[in-house]
Write a protein that binds this ligand. Structure first.
Ligand code: DX5
Ligand code: ZN
Length: 222
């Protein structure tokens, strides 16, 4: 069942020199999750943060940390990311040969487990693990950078994933990540997404705008 739309600001678009304050500000401004993009310069053409940064910002928010792992391999780092304070760990099926094993490992470390689908990965890729995942994160840009254009081809995939989720009886969040604005949020919500990951659209204008930006996204998706 689709839930009310929740907003997960991606701190990739925040001011990294003041990361703790940014996480606090966006938490106070009405965010539902903190989305943290982990990139390794190998699985994606960019490098961001590791477990020590997650640990450092953990005390700055009570919100769940939704950690998006764009790294390959994933398995050797699951424990460190879980122990740093992640509540949800999301991996890409292309990042390793054994997606099911990765999901089991994430759960063993008491984190919720997510799977993310690249724009070129079909919805069907999650079929075999639907009974195990807590979150499906549909990428609406190619992962690696914030501020990219929304890919409209993701809409059909969101609708297909929504059908798969609703055909079962498990509580699975359906998130969309990349190019989410007040123009694209209604489209993804209509297609069946119930969680919006947004970097640029939340952090634009600085801290005094966060509350307004989050509210605008939430309302546009209603
Ligand atoms: C892209 C990341 C996204 C990104 C979204 O690889 O997974 O979370 O930060 O940024 P915007 O909202 O600016 O497209
Ligand atoms: Zn992300």
């Amino acid at each position: 069942m689709k839930k009310d739309v929740r907003v997960a600001p991606s701190i990739l678009a925040s001011d990294f020199s003041r990361l703790g304050e940014e996480v606090q500000a966006v938490s106070k401004a009405g965010a539902d999750f903190i989305h943290i993009d982990v990139m390794d310069g190998h699985f994606v053409p960019n490098i961001t943060v590791g477990p020590s940064v997650i640990k450092a910002i953990r005390s700055h928010s009570d919100l769940p940390f939704d950690v998006h792992l764009m790294i390959s391999p994933v398995d050797p780092y699951v424990e460190a990311f879980a122990e740093a304070g992640s509540d949800m760990l999301t991996a890409h099926p292309e990042a390793g040969p054994h997606l099911h094993r990765t999901i089991q490992l994430i759960k063993k470390h008491e984190s919720r487990a997510g799977v993310s689908l690249n724009p070129s990965t079909p919805a069907e890729a999650i079929g075999p693990v639907l009974g195990d995942v807590d979150l499906i994160l549909v990428m609406s840009v190619n992962p690696g950078f914030g501020g990219q254009m929304f890919l409209h081809s993701s809409l059909a995939k969101i609708a297909a994933v929504r059908k798969m989720i609703d055909a079962g009886d498990r509580d699975i969040d359906l998130a969309v990540d990349g190019g989410i604005t007040t123009e694209t949020a209604p489209l993804v919500a209509e297609a069946g997404a119930d969680m919006l990951v947004a970097g640029t659209a939340v952090f634009q204008g600085g801290p005094e705008k966060y509350q307004e930006n989050i509210k605008a996204l939430r309302e546009s998706a209603r």
